[in-house]
Design a protein around this ligand. Structure first.
Ligand code: NAD
Length: 294
């Protein structure tokens, strides 16, 4: 069993850390928000008073933070948690962040003799709670093998995507496909509403036709169609619009650096950005309010 430091005990981090505890590992967690630290205690996570304390004496350090800036502030600072890790320790960054920050983290790891994996996830809160996340992992195959039991405690699938930062590339483009299909769905429901087609009828057709997609079943933008959808709960976030807007921004940046013109993805990004100005805390499926839902 491993002793694991876990930084970022929010929506995703807390259940991921809780699954490590359930699998028998000792987890020392830290979050800058005191409420998050208090809730983590209920899951058997030992709460540390700083990121450095969470990293002290552990052989694996996991981060689940909102953005690249948070990863830089938490990890890429002088005398930060990396400075107390022993050579050969493994850092797994599961946050969805920009590729340059991820590659800087890998480089710092090389300087310090620490093995780094970028391992963003797909599967959302439900997957984090059930321990069925998919990890897309950039880094060395030997390092993945070293910590495989931890991935197995938190997820049901790992895809080794390639070298440093490649997990983040995979995540960004996956989110672009998800965000684009979500916005296309909202447009479909609004067109249907305006032209007199009942939402349930459109759902019945889409879910059994070529328009079927993951977003329809997990982020259905109208209430009353999918049990437990955020739309059924006033768009309380399963995945916050601000986070999807961030991911679409990462995809747009990746597309720019690859010299690819984004048409569909950039349209989706604009809509999520518009929603995020005032309502970024709402579920991403609330984007239907920005495509003309009355
Ligand atoms: P969140 O905002 O709920 O949690 C992030 C936590 O990090 C917060 O509790 C915050 O207080 C903490 N934090 C920020 N800076 C910190 C620091 N310097 N030190 C310690 N703690 C710090 O976000 P989340 O929904 O858990 O998402 C985390 C990451 O996972 C994001 O990159 C997101 O895009 C990605 N993700 C989220 C989902 C989802 O469904 N929520 C799904 C897949 C991937």
């Amino acid at each position: 069993m491993s002793t694991i430091g876990f930084i970022g005990l929010g929506t995703m981090g807390r259940p991921m850390a809780a699954n490590l505890v359930k699998a028998g590992h000792e987890v020392k967690g830290f979050d800058v928000v005191s409420d998050a630290r208090d809730r983590a205690v209920e899951d058997g996570i030992k709460v540390a008073s700083s990121a450095v304390e969470a990293a002290t004496g552990v052989n694996v350090l996991i981060t689940m933070l909102p953005k690249g800036d948070h990863v830089r502030q938490a990890l890429l600072v002088a005398d930060g948690p990396l400075s107390v890790l022993a050579p050969g320790a493994v850092v797994i960054d599961s946050s969805s962040i920009d590729v340059p920050t991820s590659r800087d983290l890998h480089e710092r790891g090389v300087e310090l003799g620490i093995e780094v994996l970028d391992a963003p996830v797909s599967g959302g809160l439900a997957g984090a709670q059930a321990g069925t996340l998919t990890f897309m992992i950039g880094g060395a195959a030997e390092t993945v093998e070293k910590v495989r039991p931890l991935f197995e405690a938190m997820g049901s699938r790992t895809v080794l995507t390639g070298g440093p930062g490649s997990g983040q590339v995979a995540k960004a483009v996956n989110q672009m496909v998800f965000g684009s299909s979500l916005v296309a769905l909202t447009e479909a429901f609004v067109i249907a509403e305006r032209l007199g087609l009942a939402p349930q009828k459109l759902f019945d057709v889409l879910s059994t036709s070529s328009g079927d997609c993951w977003a329809l079943h997990n982020f259905c933008p109208l209430p009353g169609l999918v049990d437990g959808s955020a739309a059924d709960n006033n768009y309380a976030p399963k995945f916050a619009a601000a986070l999807l807007a961030k991911d679409l921004g990462l995809a747009a940046t990746a597309a720019d650096s690859a010299g690819v013109e984004l048409v569909v993805g950039r349209g989706a990004k604009d809509k999520l950005d518009e929603l995020s100005i005032k309502d970024g805390h709402l579920d991403a499926s609330a984007v239907i309010t920005k495509v003309g839902l009355k």
